[in-house]
Design a protein. Structure first.
Length: 458
């Protein structure tokens, strides 16, 4: 039987994928696991691997086409096979859902379920997706609710196995925010699943039904745009669209303020130079950005209130220090994440940073590379920028903007004037989570780590 190639689901909130490029063409022989095409999601461009070995046939989604997840976009034929009626299939319901309890995990009684504590990742996912943890059985160590448990509950809701309407998590969340009854929404996704666009259409229809009918008015010609010629119209990529949505929401929803300080970078530059000189051929080169990540991770461990997010009606402090680094790519800006950065040495940070940055700029970032950040560093010093402020990367409570290291005249003790290598540090914080004094103390700790990098050995 021909093996279908489906538009895959890389993340829980994903509804569609856009075909960036086919790496193989119809009639090519492909091996199972070999990259077949590239797909752009809301976060990155990812490779889709061949699900079987054989001949690629019946490609139905071309470059630039946006396709719902679960749609068959091609087939792989084994020797002697033909498409037959299989090519008429367009969508699938997706893989069968896992059982509520993993093999060997004890089922929890109703009272125990109410007592189960979620892991930090599970709590964050549940809060962002509006999942009620009360009805979820924990299958993690000690009966804790794991991320997999939350994802299983979300998938069950999406497929309607929990008795609810079939809807993807993003559509369910949007409907909750807009007050739309999903039972009145017609789904356009695979097997009738409701997508976010369906909810938006339902809201528009609802508003039209409720709007008063205005008397007809004579139409007037649209005013000219001043006769200015348009050089070109640039459609938004998925990544750029997400940047627009997230940054707009960040400014609209989070009361943001910024505190700044200058750091003397002489010792920091010395550490970077020493480690570069001692590095062997092929070993990762420690950069100033790597040292910035280390300093921030060290400070976050000492100020857990900055390693936090505003969720619902409270504040969540995360149990891991995961530092993202804002990285410019051709498609826009993405933020690869160094997980548990506080547990890594400088060379380990440098190695991971080089690997993450290379994959991001080559368009090969993995989903795990971009998820789970609790704090972000944005360094524009390499572009000659002296100082700037950054917009919060939601749902994180703080982001550090770093300018270039430049020689400046500084007044020292005894009113002596010296030329020192200085860098401007600007911390933007969510005022719902951090007050001015709290942010100032955290930034002072980062400054101390950069001016006295020996403390990072503690």
């Amino acid at each position: 039987m021909p093996t279908p190639v489906y538009m895959p689901k890389f993340e829980m909130t994903q509804e569609t994928g856009q075909v960036v490029a086919w790496l193989k063409k119809e009639g090519d022989q492909v091996e199972k696991g070999e990259p077949l095409l590239q797909v752009e999601t809301d976060k990155a461009i990812l490779d889709v691997e061949a699900p079987a070995t054989g001949t690629l046939a019946a490609i139905s989604a071309q470059r630039g086409q946006v396709v719902p997840i679960g749609t068959a976009i091609a087939y792989i034929l084994k020797p002697g096979e033909s498409l037959g009626s299989s090519s008429q299939a367009e969508t699938v319901a997706g893989p069968s859902l896992p059982e509520p309890h993993r093999a060997g995990a004890p089922a929890l009684a109703p009272d125990d379920r109410r007592q189960a504590r979620p892991t930090p990742l599970a709590a964050r996912l549940a809060a962002s997706e509006g999942v009620d943890l009360q009805g979820i059985a924990g299958t993690g160590p000690g009966g804790r609710i794991s991320r997999a448990d939350v994802e299983t509950a979300m998938a069950a809701a999406a497929e309607g196995h929990d008795g609810s309407v079939r809807a993807v998590p993003a559509a369910r969340r949007l409907a909750r925010e807009l007050g739309i009854d999903l039972r009145a929404v017609r789904g356009s996704g695979p097997d009738g699943r409701i997508q976010s666009a369906d909810v938006a259409r339902a809201l528009t229809a609802q508003r039209l039904d409720q709007a008063p009918v205005a008397p007809a008015q004579p139409t007037a010609a649209a005013p000219a745009a001043g006769g200015i010629p348009v050089r070109r119209a640039v459609p938004l990529t998925n990544i750029r669209r997400v940047i627009v949505e997230r940054m707009t929401a960040s400014v609209r929803e989070a009361p943001q303020f910024t505190v700044t300080v200058d750091a003397d970078m002489e010792r920091a530059l010395g550490v970077v130079a020493d480690l570069k000189a001692a590095a062997g051929d092929g070993s990762p080169k420690v950069t100033l950005t790597a040292l910035l990540v280390k300093a921030c991770a060290w400070a976050l461990r000492r100020h857990p209130e900055a390693n936090a997010s505003f969720q619902g009606d409270g504040i969540v402090e995360w149990g891991e220090v995961n530092v993202g680094v804002a990285t410019a790519v051709d498609q826009g800006l993405i933020v690869p994440v160094l997980h548990r950065a506080d547990q890594l040495g400088l060379r380990g940070i440098a190695a991971q940073l080089a690997e993450l940055t290379a994959r991001a700029r080559e368009g090969k970032a993995r989903l795990d590379d971009l998820q789970g950040g609790t704090f972000t560093v944005s360094n524009l010093g390499m572009f000659g920028i002296d100082r700037f402020t950054a917009i919060l990367n939601p749902p994180q409570a703080a982001i550090l903007a770093v300018g270039r290291v430049a020689k400046r005249a500084e007044v020292m003790d005894g009113d002596r004037v010296e030329i020192r290598p200085m860098a401007a540090l600007a911390l933007t914080a969510d005022h719902r989570v951090l007050d001015g004094a709290t942010a100032a103390r955290f930034l002072a700790t980062v400054q101390r780590a950069l001016e006295h990098p020996g403390v990072l050995l503690e």
